[in-house]
Design a binder for this molecule. Structure first.
Ligand SMILES: Nc1nc2c(ncn2[C@@H]2O[C@H](COP(=O)(O)OP(=O)(O)OP(=O)(O)O)[C@@H](O)[C@H]2O)c(=O)[nH]1
Ligand SMILES: [Mg+2]
Length: 341
């Protein structure tokens, strides 16, 4: 078993959602290892192609070979960056989808958190400004793990303590994967100050009209949302945290939005690297990038330097699965070139 598979066993044990489980299973089957192996193979082969010329200092690396090697290293670099791009998805699987409940005071954010979690987790009261600090709960919604965060309500005229709560809300928003924007269905349509509104991207936001139990069905269908911009043009979700109406639809909508957070770069959607992999991949990318720059410079960098950079990239890739040893390098060197002929 290689290192990535051993890590997958750990991920399997800690998996808290179907998606995390599926990703861990694929990694256990060696999916990540195989992808890395391909990159390593190509890099070793091309390292061999240039190191031949270190051993024969009278000959220069012909331009044609140089371009071939550069092209191959470029594909290794792109593969490395593609893997690196799955880190955000890996974080999402391991830590949960960061979902922020946002809205004016008293609209029922804490009540919604309690209703979704199925427990009295956050304090609820008819007084506005109940929640000051943010409250976080993990829960499963369909195949996803959610980190649901209840925040202090956005008050246009806050007191000192409320203002500090709102600063924390703004900070939460900048890191949110999803936003549930709650408005009170029994009140006129609200607006949000710019410092909050700027973070509300329509593709990651659900508009929820809570307290629908207080509103007759006629008046709820006639309300317009002209102050809410692009989001206002959508049909909002109608829910009641008190009666439970609309909560199933809210869960379905959350699942649909969370599904959209998957990386689109991979057909094999289950690759999701961890922080250790990301650190090594970043160093690998640096090595391959430096080698490429050296090869493509005019005049090209000395071959010893280029080879050193490729080796640094290879070592970093090798760290992820185990190690790339010199034996393998020599094998490739002798298998592909008629040295000593
Ligand atoms: N009728 C009705 N009342 C609700 C509903 N949801 C919440 N409430 C009531 O609205 C009041 C405020 O609810 P909270 O959940 O504390 O509201 P909040 O948005 O967290 O408020 P802050 O923490 O002050 O920002 C409470 O009295 C709740 O019982 C609902 O769907 N229907
Ligand atoms: Mg609250």
């Amino acid at each position: 078993m290689e290192l990535t598979q051993a890590e997958a066993v750990m991920d399997l044990i800690h998996a808290r959602s179907e998606r995390a489980l599926a990703a861990a299973q694929r990694q256990l089957q060696g999916q990540l290892g195989k992808f890395l192996e391909e990159l390593i193979k190509t890099a070793i082969l091309n390292l061999a192609k240039i190191e031949v010329y270190i051993d024969f200092p009278d000959e220069d690396l012909p331009t044609e070979n140089r371009l071939q090697v550069a092209e191959a290293l470029d594909s290794v670099l792109r593969g490395t960056l593609r893997l690196l791009a799955t880190q955000a998805y890996g974080d999402l699987l391991r830590d949960g989808v960061k979902t922020v409940l946002l809205g004016a005071p008293n609209v029922g954010k804490s009540s919604l958190l309690n209703a979704l979690v199925g427990a009295d987790r956050a304090l609820v009261s008819p007084e506005p400004g109940t929640t000051r600090d943010y409250i976080e709960e993990r829960l499963q919604v369909g195949p996803h793990l959610l980190r649901l965060i209840d925040t202090a309500g956005i008050n246009p005229e806050p007191g000192a303590l409320e203002r500090r709560g709102m600063e924390k809300t703004a900070e939460c928003l900048t890191k949110a994967d999803l936003i549930i924007w709650v408005i009170d269905a029994s009140l006129p349509c609200p607006t949000l100050p710019f410092e909050f509104a700027q973070h509300i991207l329509p593709e990651k936001t659900l508009l929820v009209r809570n307290k629908i139990d207080l509103v007759s069905s006629q008046s709820s269908s006639s309300q317009t949302f002209s102050t809410l911009g692009e989001l206002g043009a959508r049909v909002p979700l109608l829910v009641s945290a008190v009666t439970g109406v609309g909560l199933a639809e809210l869960r379905t909508a959350i699942i649909a939005l969370a599904d959209g957070l998957r990386p689109t770069l991979f057909v094999e959607e289950h690759i999701a690297i961890n922080a250790r992999h990301a650190d090594a991949l970043r160093r690998a990318a640096e090595g391959f990038q430096a080698a490429l720059s050296g090869l493509m410079a005019e005049p090209p960098a000395p071959i010893e330097l280029v080879s050193g950079d490729v080796r640094a990239g290879l070592d970093a890739l090798g760290e992820i699965a185990g190690r790339v040893d010199n034996e393998r390098m020599l094998d490739a060197l002798f298998a592909n070139f008629c040295i000593g002929k």
